[in-house]
Every structure is written in C-alpha cells, then in structure tokens.
Design a protein around this ligand. Structure first.
Ligand code: AP5
Ligand code: MG
Ligand code: ZN
Length: 214
C-alpha cells in the first residue's frame, strides 16, 4: 500500500499519516521530519534545509528528491509507505512516478486532507511538537496529559520555528502556488481522494479507513 498525503501546512497530514502507519503497518515517511532530524543533528543537509524552512519556502527539489528516493529504497518500505509532505511540487511528483514505474510500481492513493486557510493559522499557533520523538499535539484540540511534556517519551514540547504566524502566511501562499496543482495532477490519474480535514481527528481517520479498507 503506497499512499501520498496531500494538504495545506497544518491540515493534519502528519497526524493522520502516523495513524495510518500504525494501523496498516507501513512506515510513515515525512520529508519535513527528515529535515528536522538533520537540523537537530547539525548536518550539512540540515543547515541548508533550515535556511529555506525558516523562511517558509520549499527546500529545492534536487535535495528533497534524493533524500526521499533514498528513504523509500530502504528495506522497510518494500511493502509500502505513507508519504507525508512529499511530493510538494509537480517535478517531485514526476520523479516519484518515474522511479516507481521503473520498478513496475505505482502510488495507490493520494489523500487530500482538505482544510480552509482560516483554520490553519489557529492549528499552527496551537501546535506543540516533541523535540525528541516528533510526536505532535495541539494545546486545545489534542493536548498532552501534562502541559509541555510529551506523552510518549517525556521530553519537552516546543513551538516549531516555522509555526510563527508571519511564516505560516508564507507557507500557505507557497502551498497554493506550488503544491495545490498536485490535486489536479492526481485527480487526472484517478487516485485522488478528498476528505474533510476540519472534522475531529478520529472522524478524519474514520473517513480514511473507509477509503483504505479495514
Ligand atoms: P512539513 O513538516 O511537511 O510541514 P507542512 O506541510 O507545512 O505541514 P505541517 O507538518 O506543518 O502540518 P501537518 O499537515 O503535518 O499537520 P499536523 O498533523 O502537524 O514541512 C516543513 C518544511 O520542510 C516545509 O515548509 C519545507 O520548507 C520543507 N519541506 C518538507 N518537505 C518538502 C518537500 N517535499 N519539498 C520541499 N520542501 C519540503 O497538524 C497540525 C496541528 O493541528 C497539530 O497541532 C495537530 O495536533 C492539530 N490537528 C491535526 N488534526 C486535527 C483535527 N482534525 N482537528 C483539530 N486539530 C488537529
Ligand atoms: Mg507534518
Ligand atoms: Zn516525544
């Protein structure tokens, strides 16, 4: 099962991708998480990615594509994966399609988690992410058991650098310009499924199970 999660920044792609990964036993592959792990470790890739991410811009395709293709070539991805935050541009989608076609393979579903821009800023300002394991919470909608502390690993929860309101506005316009065209791209391929991402996260997940099967 190979799935792509589409949706604006803060739509809930990561939240749902983790639930899909748990239920269906496939790895959750998030280019944003890979970049953040590199930033934390202080690698060259991390430094380069951070200079774009902090401005709310996309990391260049050349860098991103290589990282993604290396990741999905790993053993644990042989039976499928859920991609979260990739592809984000038409060229990225084309490279992925070509790489899969060379293996006689293809993406099964592109799931668009649809949330209007008005809801996004609130989601981002309330999001808290774990510095250790990457788990995400929302101070109002999905709070941790103890404020500021990760339920899963006990480490500190922080506001992401790119979740400040001024950067969120930029990320949204980059999304509309460069990523939204993918909705049309996958619709034409007949694999697009659109779900209402404004519902409670459990209801959003129920809609996804309807698509993927029990
Ligand atoms: P990335 O990490 O992918 O960020 P993003 O797409 O901007 O998406 P987010 O992670 O912010 O949101 P999400 O949809 O995962 O929402 P979440 O589940 O956390 O990318 C970061 C940066 O890396 C990019 O800006 C770019 O620079 C770079 N990058 C990454 N991939 C790239 C690529 N392929 N090409 C080029 N550059 C790339 O939910 C958000 C909040 O809402 C949380 O607080 C959550 O708890 C809450 N929430 C979730 N669901 C619900 C619900 N149903 N109801 C209420 N609250 C909810
Ligand atoms: Mg995410
Ligand atoms: Zn944690």
């Amino acid at each position: 099962m190979k799935i792509i999660m589409l949706g604006a920044p803060g739509a809930g792609k990561g939240t749902q991708a983790k639930m899909i990964a748990d239920k269906y036993g496939v790895p959750h592959v998030s280019t944003g998480d890979i970049f953040r792990a590199n930033i934390k470790e202080g690698t060259e890739l991390g430094k380069e990615a951070k200079s774009y991410m902090d401005q709310g811009l996309l990391v260049p395709d050349e860098l991103t594509v290589k990282i993604l293709l290396d990741r999905v070539a790993k053993e644990d991805c042989m039976n499928g994966y859920v991609l979260d935050g990739f592809p984000r541009t038409i060229p990225q989608a084309e490279v992925l399609e070509k790489a899969l076609a060379e293996l006689g393979d293809n993406i099964d579903y592109a799931i668009d988690v649809d949330v209007p821009d008005e809801n996004i800023v609130n989601r981002m300002s309330g999001r808290r992410a774990c510095t250790e394991c990457g788990a995400t919470y929302h101070i109002v909608h999905i709070p941790p058991k103890t404020e500021g502390v990760c339920d899963k690993c006990g480490k500190e929860l922080v506001l992401r650098d790119d979740d400040k309101p001024e950067t969120v506005g930029r990320r949204l316009s980059v999304y509309h310009e460069q990523t939204q065209p993918l909705i049309d791209f996958y619709s034409k391929k007949g694999i697009l499924k659109t779900i209402d991402g404004t519902a409670d996260m459990r209801d959003v997940f129920a809609a996804i199970i309807q698509i993927l099967g029990e």
